[in-house]
Design a protein around this ligand. Structure first.
Ligand code: MRU
Length: 345
């Protein structure tokens, strides 16, 4: 199974991104050739999804090095990029990895330094695709034949450098010959499920239905869902997972009705430095995302809005966390520590 699109690639000294703000009605590509372009693309969600943000930021650091021969300016550009969105840890993970290469090559001639940085950005992108394929093969094991799966937000090729995390597991299960049916939450307020996951599911010809987010509870209670599989933006050292708003509610319903609930993440989404989910910064986005739908006002002018983009699911509600190093089951703290020490589960 191959996607009919490439959402993120480097061509002719430009990062070329499929504009996720306007899919599925228009397929338009945006060129980024400066670190400011990349920062805007991440902040304005031309590109979104934790691994895709990380891979894009890596190219942003390459542009920063090209634009900023002075070390201080380069550092400032990296900080600027790192502040484009707060929750997905893949952003700072990729930037730190690029900065390490910058430091190691700082005494080299400029063209050697830039070549090394570009090679590292390519490596981050390539590794993400390979990682997702591995995650898919590992994760497919938990998907029974004839499973009906519910997913939330978008975790496919659009959200990553390619293939996808949770959607990658679903696609792999289909490739493995299993009959799969998917319910995709529309994922208010930005409709990543309706606009992006539905588009990817149709592209992959996977039998599926789009549902309003609030229909998920009824489907789960009525025994219509065999398992929930979704992504993650930052996993704390105890296994708490920050993911798209609505994930926590789904986990509570799954726990109440005994439905397996899996988060699918690359190891680059684990933040070993924080003990639990309370330390994860949760992005709050603009009111217009809630008061307007596709530019049409749906709430009275002046209405106050609370619009967190993510929520934190406590590890107690999670059946397993699927990574390229294996599937982590409770006790998550110990298993995350094993992954940190380089073990495969
Ligand atoms: O705000 P977004 O669209 O960047 O949020 C994306 C998600 O929450 C995804 O579920 C997560 O990044 C995992 S993507 C493989």
């Amino acid at each position: 199974m191959v996607e009919s699109f490439v959402a993120l690639e480097f061509r002719n000294e430009k990062l070329v991104l499929l504009d996720q703000r306007i899919l599925p009605t228009e397929v338009v590509y945006v060129d980024c050739s400066t670190y400011e372009d990349v920062e805007f693309a991440i902040r304005d969600m031309i590109v979104r999804g934790a691994p895709a943000i990380g891979a894009s930021a890596a190219y942003g650091v390459y542009f920063a090095a090209k634009q900023c021969p002075e070390h201080n300016d380069f550092q400032k550009a990296c900080t600027f990029l790192a502040h484009s969105r707060p929750t997905a840890v893949n952003l700072s993970w990729a930037i730190e990895r690029m900065k390490t290469v910058h430091t190691l090559n700082s005494k080299q001639p400029r063209d050697v330094l830039l070549q090394a940085l570009l090679a590292e950005a390519h490596a981050i992108r390539e590794e993400d695709i390979q990682t997702n394929r591995t995650i898919g093969r590992i994760g497919s094991i938990v998907v029974p034949h004839k499973a009906t799966i519910l997913t939330h937000c978008n975790t496919g090729a659009l959200a990553t450098a390619g293939w996808g995390t949770a959607l990658g597991v679903i696609k792999q299960a289909v490739e493995d010959g299993k009959d799969i049916f998917v319910y995709a939450d529309e994922t208010r307020p930005r409709f990543q499920g309706a606009r992006l996951t539905a588009w990817e599911l149709m592209d992959a010809r996977i039998p599926s239905k789009l549902i309003p987010d609030s229909a998920a509870a009824t489907l789960i209670r009525d025994g219509k869902i065999d398992l929930v599989i979704l992504g993650g933006d930052r996993v704390a050292a105890n296994g708490d997972v920050a993911n798209k708003l609505g994930t926590f509610a789904l986990s509570v319903i799954c726990k109440a009705y005994g439905v397996p609930f899996y988060s699918v993440v690359p190891v680059s989404t684990i933040d070993f430095s924080i003990n639990d989910g309370s330390a994860i910064p949760i992005e709050e986005r603009e009111a217009e995302e809630v008061t307007h739908v596709q530019g049409v006002q749906v709430a009275p002018s002046g209405m106050q809005v609370y619009n967190p983009a993510f929520d934190v699911t406590p590890h107690q509600n999670i059946t397993g966390i699927i990574t390229e190093k294996g599937i982590m089951y409770p006790p998550f703290k110990e298993n995350i520590e094993r992954i940190r020490n380089g073990e495969t589960l």
